[in-house]
Design a protein around this ligand. Structure first.
Ligand code: ATP
Length: 238
């Protein structure tokens, strides 16, 4: 469904990605794992169409969409990015933050209400009960759920999530991944960009290890050698 082919990205002097080729088929759950500064966020932005790679191509459903990269990314094509740090409106309520996600995608009032009900169905009870609370008063894990929920309000086909576990207690990390696994069950293609490689491998079916801007290994999480590949490709694995 989504594919980066021979992608390179330079920020002024810095070569952040070099000859990166990764893909995620429709309906898959993929993790791009790697240490701090490996290039995960840059790759997430490129796959979302939010920035244009300095070389290489981005393909969506086999069509070259490299030139379509821009500030809004590929939202219209059904691609949602949940950036690192979540970027929620802390002073607004959960309900308001979710509604904004549908508003940005051009949904009308009745459609927004339908989607809200659907998204709350995926959320843990604490978030459902706190729908009228300001987002800033929620825990980090709850906020991450709201960020995922807001992206879902646009009914994306592909969801890219940068560092879903960042700053969360282990039990909450599992909750976030369980929500993503449920989302995937609904047919949405999910990609996470994650430092906690071992945790991600418990949930995803495919993974790629990125280090210093290059893909070192790609494989299936079910492969008995997956952990060994992680260890070789990524010495920072838990
Ligand atoms: P982290 O987990 O810390 O976010 P990451 O794996 O997501 O790391 P990137 O944020 O993509 O990595 O960064 C890859 C490289 O590009 C790093 O060397 C980083 O310093 C550099 N970089 C990222 N953004 C910029 C920018 N806007 N300008 C210059 N260099 C940048």
């Amino acid at each position: 469904m989504i594919e980066a082919a021979g992608v390179e990205h330079r920020y002024e002097g810095v070569l952040a990605l070099h000859d990166v080729s990764v893909s995620a088929p429709a309906g898959s759950f993929t993790a791009i794992v790697g240490p701090n500064g490996a290039g995960k966020s840059t790759l997430a932005l490129i796959l979302a169409g939010a920035i244009r790679p300095t070389a290489g191509r981005l393909l969506l459903d086999g069509a070259d969409v490299t030139e379509r990269a821009g500030r809004r990314g590929l939202v219209e094509a059904g691609v949602a990015l949940i950036p690192e740090g979540r970027r929620l409106f802390g002073q607004l309520t959960v309900d308001e933050n979710l509604t904004l996600g549908a508003f940005g995608a051009g949904a009308g009032r009745a459609e927004t209400a339908r989607r809200l009900a659907e998204v709350y169905g995926l959320m843990p009870e604490a978030v459902r009960k706190g729908k009228d609370r300001a987002v800033a008063t929620l825990s980090g894990g709850e906020q991450q759920m709201v960020a995922i929920g807001r992206a879902l309000m646009a009914r994306p086909r592909l969801v890219l999530i940068d560092e879903p576990s960042l700053g969360l207690a282990p039990i909450l990390i599992d909750k976030v991944y369980e929500t993503l696994a449920m989302l995937r069950q609904t047919g949405v293609t999910v990609m996470v960009f994650e430092q906690l490689a071992v945790k991600a491998l418990q949930y995803v079916d495919r993974f790629a290890v990125i280090e210093r801007g290059q893909i070192r290994h790609q494989g299936l999480a079910s492969d008995p050698d997956a952990r060994e590949m992680l260890r070789m490709g990524y010495m920072g694995a838990e």
